[in-house]
Write a protein that binds this ligand. Sequence first.
Ligand code: FAQ
Length: 311
Amino acid sequence: TIEEREREFQEKIDSGQKIEPKEWMPDEYRRQLIRMIGQHAHSEIVGMLPEGNWITRAPSLRRKAVLLAKVQDEAGHGLYLYSAAETLGIDRQTMINQLITGKAKYSSIFNYPTTSWADMGAIGWLVDGAAIVNQTMLARGSYGPYSRAMVRICKEESFHNRQGYEIIYQLANGSEAQKKMAQDSLNRWWGPSMQMLGPSDADSTNSAVTMNWKIKVESNDTVRQRFIDRTVPQAHAAGLTIPDPDLKYNEETEHWEIGEIDWDEFYKVIKGYGPCNAKRMKARNEAEEQGKWVREAAAAYANKKSKKQEK
Ligand code: FAQ
């Protein structure tokens, strides 16, 4: 019966076994995974836009080569994740249509403008930094293809994180103007980076289900705290100030405590009203439209090739 299947499924999860694509799974488990992996894939693709904005203006050949490689990695992650989602029975075009029609979410963090070169540092340091902490947790998740994708993606994110911190560190130790640029960038990206890891546990609507099935193995607040604890000392080492007057170190718990996160801003952004939501959606829609002839040509070529093989 269905109850027995569900019980067996839960036992498998509880004993730490991975679930593989062709195995039986509850519909809700499948739906939650498609939602999360889809959102993750879209984030990687939309996430190329803020940094892509600076490729032509990188300050040196070395910086340009590094940034170019980083942005290409994000494209790879997106494609990799769409493939992981496809193992659950949804096809890529359906997911892409959900993105460009505004039905699917992507990370709030990519709806902010990149107004200075220092933002390339802040994104690698903070955004990839938060992504690594979140994704190392997801690598322990229950769905085989997704958890394995996370292992490889995290390796690449570590490089992204280092190159970002290197940019910020150098600017923070440069001229007065450079130091100011680094601090200004941290001031703008800190809040959104806090929000990026999802609503507080009390308001996290999916956590009960996703944690019970080990789609997520740690809560949003736990992951956020780990990110804060590792990032605050890095800011101090660079001589920068975290833009939070309530930030303090708790000797007893050995954790950094932060002030209120601006959740109004977060909900505004995920509802589509952030500073760059419209711009990002326009760019993805144009890319879809302008890339149509390439997809059609590739499909026609594949079709011709398979017909030849049949002969
Ligand atoms: N933005 O119930 P919860 C990257 C939504 S890393 C937008 O707590 P959950 C690397 C959530 O979907 C960024 N929406 O949800 C990179 C839900 O709405 P729904 C991407 C958000 O899933 C770096 C509602 O709020 N990483 O791209 C956000 O249990 C640099 C309630 O939330 C991933 O996607 C947000 N920030 O926990 C690329 C990782 N947070 O769907 C380029 C996979 C929450 O019910 C450059 N995802 N929401 O309508 C996850 O780990 C989880 O989905 C969480 C949220 C932890 C983000």
